[in-house]
Design a protein around this ligand. Structure first.
Ligand SMILES: [Zn+2]
Length: 143
C-alpha cells in the first residue's frame, strides 16, 4: 500500500475533514461530500492509496476506480438532478489521486466552462442540509 505521511488523504486528519465529509467507502476509493457547496452535491472520489497518476494503478485498480467514479456520479445525479456532472482531477500540490464530481445546472454557475475550485465566498450548509445530501448519496450508491 502506497502511503504519504504528509498527505491528508493518507493520514485522514482534520485538514481533510475541514474540507469534506465522508459518505461511503467504495471498491478502491472513498466518496466524500465537499463542504463548499456552490455546486450543490459536489463530491470527491479519492483513491485508497497515495497514487499520483492513473498510470500507476494496476489494470484491476484502474477498472475498479472507473467503476467507483461511475457509481458515485450516478449517486450525485440521483441526489441533486444536475444537467451535467463535471469530472476534475488536478492534485498538483498534494498529489493524491482524487476526482472532483461537480454537478452543473444549465445556465447556472460556470455552465459551459471550468468550475471554480474554491469559490469565494464559500457556500457552506447547515448540518442537517449536509446530512440530507449524505443520505441521498448513500441511497444512490445502493445497487
Ligand atoms: Zn495520500
Amino acid at each position: 500500500m502506497r502511503h504519504d505521511a504528509s498527505c491528508f488523504y493518507c493520514v485522514k486528519d482534520q485538514r481533510r475533514d475541514d474540507l469534506m465529509i465522508q459518505v461511503a467507502p467504495l471498491e478502491v476509493s472513498t466518496l466524500f461530500l465537499f463542504r463548499e457547496q456552490s455546486y450543490r452535491g459536489r463530491c470527491i472520489v479519492a483513491f485508497r492509496d497515495h497514487a499520483r497518476e492513473l498510470f500507476e494503478l494496476t489494470p484491476e485498480e484502474l477498472g475498479a476506480y472507473a467503476r467507483d467514479l461511475a457509481r458515485a456520479a450516478r449517486a450525485v445525479q440521483g441526489a441533486v438532478s444536475p444537467d451535467k456532472i463535471n469530472y476534475g482531477a488536478f492534485a498538483d500540490k498534494q498529489g493524491h489521486l482524487h476526482v472532483h464530481l461537480v454537478p452543473k445546472v444549465k445556465d447556472g454557475k460556470s455552465w459551459g466552462g471550468m468550475f471554480e475550485m474554491m469559490p469565494e465566498p464559500r457556500e457552506l450548509l447547515q448540518p442537517d442540509e449536509y446530512q440530507g445530501l449524505v443520505t441521498r448519496l448513500r441511497a444512490g450508491l445502493a445497487p
